[in-house]
Write a protein that binds this ligand. Sequence first.
Ligand code: NAD
Length: 278
Amino acid sequence: MSETSAKIAINGAAGRMGRQLLTAVAERANTTISAAIDAPGQACIGVDSSVLSGGESTGVLVGDNVKALLASKDSFDTIVDFTRPEVSLALLDSLKDSGKRVVIGTTGFTPAQIETLTRAAETMPIVFAANYSIGVTVALSLLRQAAHALGDDYDVEIIEAHHHHKVDAPSGTALAMGHAVADALNRDLETCAVYAREGITGARDPKSIGFATVRAGDIIGEHTVLYAGNGERLEITHKATDRMTFARGAIRAAHWLGAQPAGLYDMTHVLGIADSTT
Ligand code: NAD
């Protein structure tokens, strides 16, 4: 079946992910870049978006105001946002009643901010995923399966590593992995997570889920979930080696979202495996 066309806007176009998203739009058939936005005052404002991603001129000049774009009804169908939590929420507020669709890749939201995002999805189709790679989406399903099978006899620890520019910790992906394991073990991550250990900590609480964070160099994103029992351990690891894996997944999500009613979706919906992963 041939894919319908999609007009896509990128919010945070000058960022590490924004540039990859521009490339992912350019390489996908039936997809056009309709708008590119970054923060007011950035050097890229007013330049052709191809300056950020390389490749041929798009004729789309980087703007700094999404509201200005909404005046033209045909400006874009779906906006893909990889920025900062407060920027993503301001974007959702600007798009109220606009009929637009939103793919959010930003991480680091507080529980209260996620509630705001969830409310916005009552009237707007939104895909929100801490990780748009296919491998991590499959890993989340494997993690649930392993936790079900191993139960409370195995200690669970989550180790993640990212580049030194990353501003939130633990990563959104590590938290999503923690939630997947906690749900499968009937635990509440809010109360069982241990995010740091120092000094005389006492013995490990067997019902805890520990997190360890590494920030160094240009690591794109690595996650290991360790299930340690007596006499054996199981490790499920994902390593991203190229940001394009996230960008291609997010643009795939933007296409998929074109046919969906208002609601909050994640990558399992996009891949059509939502029912088999819970
Ligand atoms: P980055 O700092 O390189 O890019 C963020 C961009 O947002 C910058 O260009 C910045 O100028 C822009 N920005 C800031 N304020 C803005 C505003 N008001 N309007 C428009 N643009 C604005 O960060 P990054 O490495 O690209 O990561 C961005 C986010 O995406 C982070 O939260 C990161 O954790 C997340 N991320 C998610 C995935 C995933 O698969 N979900 C993958 C990688 C990164």
